[in-house]
Design a binder for this molecule. Structure first.
Ligand code: GLU
Ligand code: MG
Length: 506
């Protein structure tokens, strides 16, 4: 879930004081990196997948499954163990939001040969076995998008208890211990989202109405706490979730693809954008939240609402007095503007962006489309900052830029070349829910990569007006879900007008 810098995270009050500093220096870092790298050419296709896994403990005797809060311990074992040659070659592990989650990637990117497509499943299989071999006999590693009983009574091993008054999320359902211990980022993120928003997050997921579902479906919140604000935030016929962890504690499959140059990255960013809702719908794997069957089947909008740090002014519930913008969407959401020349004519929604930043970028010879893209990402405050990383060398570092970029959790991410120049221009495809088997995860990963080859080789035009890709009216589930059912049906594949420079497929 973003940039894992080393250091001591600052509180929200301190981070807020540096918001302008981070934006100002982040933009300078972008300008420097952009000009150094914009003419970089000829990178090969290299790509990789990221899979987030859950560790589950099975109590066979009582027929119960619980999340096992051991990922920090397991990561430590993986780091400490004498690295075998095999591991050196094959896998890399990172912490994620949940203390029951591990994120695994291939250690080295896959290459451009067709043969590389055949080792993807094998690598995923290796990763799964690698962790499984470290588990106790009653534990399993599962690639599960959401743990169905997350937030129910007795869902963790060891047993943990909620303490709404002291937990960083103030959740009635999620104990503090489910947030990873391994990296301070995640607890601070939880705290800062709440403090920036000035109230608890509130996610209301429509309940699946079956024959015996009570109507209206209403939970008695008083059994969880005496706090009336929760009862007020919980809607009828919905399942109420009240913590960042309900979204950030989900798992997904993400694919990052290196392109030959910046132009190709812009084209792929755009043409994959309308595919995001399609792939989310195809991979949808989370029909249960907090033990209830829901009337949605994917995690997407749960995450969007669970990390929504906008204040009431920004959500236009109160007149704008202290904030800079009214912002229609959470920082987790679908893409709001295309980035390539052919994409720009499909940008048909009013974009919220920082006009001063746009002007600064234009003055520094960044083109209009790119300036808008960046000025749109930079309407956000940094939500997390490390005390050791406040002052940076803008000529050689881009952490301030990455800070804002990596907490804009959009369905696609346009990535700059790395500072050490190892990686070139890249795009990240982020919507897919993780599948139960390596076969399926490999299939979806390979499909996306092959799709990019087809888009580039045949000059396909996948674009539809950006207004049809996402939800721009509000924060409701219904509108987000409309995008999966109606607009995507209308996609027709045409040929792009602009030809790219000749392209070498795999
Ligand atoms: N776990 C998040 C999800 O399910 C993704 C976090 C990340 O960006 O790595 O979408
Ligand atoms: Mg992740």
């Amino acid at each position: 879930m973003g940039l894992l810098s080393k250091g001591t995270p600052l509180s929200w009050q301190e981070t807020k004081r540096y918001a302008e500093h981070v934006r100002k220096n982040g933009i300078q870092q972008f300008i420097n990196q952009y000009h150094q790298m914009k003419d970089r050419q000829g990178d090969y296709l290299r790509w990789g997948d990221e899979i987030e896994y859950m560790i589950i403990k099975l109590d066979h005797e009582n027929r119960k499954a619980r999340v096992s809060l051991r990922s920090s311990e397991l990561l430590q074992i993986i780091c400490d163990s004498k690295t075998t040659n095999l591991r050196e070659l094959q896998s890399l592990w990172q912490p994620e939001y949940g203390e029951y989650i591990l994120e695994g990637t291939p250690r080295h990117p896959y290459g451009y040969l067709v043969e590389h497509l055949n080792i993807v499943e094998q690598n995923m299989n290796f990763r799964r076995k690698e962790v499984q071999s470290l588990l106790k006999s009653d534990e399993v590693i599962l690639s599960l998008t959401n743990f169905p009983r997350l937030g129910c009574f007795d869902f963790t091993s060891p047993t943990t208890w909620v303490d709404p008054s002291s937990a960083s999320s103030h959740s009635l359902f999620l104990p503090e211990d489910v947030i990873t211990q391994n990296h301070p980022r995640f607890k601070t993120l939880t705290q800062n989202i709440l403090q920036r928003r000035k109230e608890k997050v509130a996610v209301n997921v429509p309940v699946y109405v079956d024959l015996k579902t009570p109507r209206p479906f209403e939970e008695d919140m008083s059994k969880y706490s005496g706090d009336e604000s929760c009862a007020a935030a919980a809607k009828k016929d919905h399942i109420y979730l009240d913590a960042v962890g309900f979204g950030a504690g989900c798992c997904c499959l993400q694919i990052t693809i290196q392109t030959r140059n910046i132009n190709e990255a812009r084209v792929l960013y755009d043409h994959l954008t309308p595919l995001c809702p399609v792939m989310l719908a195809l991979t949808a794997a989370s029909p249960i939240f907090r033990g209830y069957l829901t009337d949605v089947d994917s995690r997407w909008d749960v995450i969007a609402a669970s990390v929504d740090c906008r204040t009431r002014e920004e959500r236009s519930l109160e007149p704008l007095r202290n904030e800079r913008f009214v912002i229609p969407k959470s920082r987790h959401g679908s893409v709001d503007c295309y980035l390539s020349t052919c994409g720009s004519r499909y940008n048909d929604i009013p974009l919220v962006y920082d006009k001063n930043i746009e002007q600064q970028l234009l003055d520094n010879k960044v083109d209009k489309q790119m300036a808008l893209h960046i000025a749109h990402l930079f309407i956000r405050d940094p939500i997390l900052l490390y005390s050791e990383r406040i002052h940076q060398d803008n000529a050689n570092e881009i952490d301030h830029f990455e800070n804002i970029q990596s907490t804009n959790w959009q369905s696609m991410r346009f990535k700059l070349p790395s500072v050490n120049k190892d990686a070139g221009w890249r795009v990240e495809f982020r919507p897919c829910e993780v599948q139960l088997t390596d076969y399926e995860n490999a299939a979806f990963g390979v499909f996306i990569v092959l799709l990019t080859r087809a888009i580039l080789s045949f000059n396909l035009n996948m674009l539809i007006p950006i207004s049809k890709v996402g939800c721009y009216g509000g924060n409701g589930f219904q509108s987000e879900y409309d995008m999966f059912s109606s607009s995507t049906v209308g996609i027709s594949i045409q040929h792009r007008r602009e030809e790219l420079v000749p392209f070498h497929p795999l």
